[in-house]
Design a protein around this ligand. Sequence first.
Ligand code: MN
Length: 195
Amino acid sequence: MEKDESLAEYREKRDFRRTPEPPGGEERVGQRPIFVVQKHDASQLHYDFRLEVDGVLKSWAVPKGPSVNPHNKRLAVPTEDHPMEYAAFEGLIPADEYGGGTVQVWDVGTYQNISEKNGEILPAGQALEKGHLDFVLDGRKLCGAFTLTRMAKRKGWLLIKRDDEHASRVDELVDTRPESAISGRSLDEIRSGSG
Ligand code: MN
């Protein structure tokens, strides 16, 4: 899908004269693909998990946030593609706008697609179409291997930590590291414009 077509739903839902969110469209070159996890205190608190695929941020709303415990399968509900610039967005969306509430960049970094088919790397876009993406995160907080897998006959996906040296059965990073990965601010500090 073309990038502008892919972002049509995102733009349709927003009035960019009113929200500080970016409309998107800037080109980005080279580098490893990025991921971002945004804590979003909207009508219901959730985490938005986003992966750069083919020039846009593929997005899922994860109600409980990502877990580093391989036993905790996290529901991830697909949402509209977001523009690349959204990865740096932290701030307030006006209450009467789509997604109104506070957004914090909870984690950000790069990732490596390790999805395979017949012993070769399957491009991330194709892996998502097939409903199964294996990837390794290199973030400020989240590191190591994860899987996103689409549930059969259901709209939802599952985000699962794979067992490696970055897995933990004791600590959940969403609890122990609540601060912003880019500003160090808490959600409350972002909301009140302090910190
Ligand atoms: Mn959200």
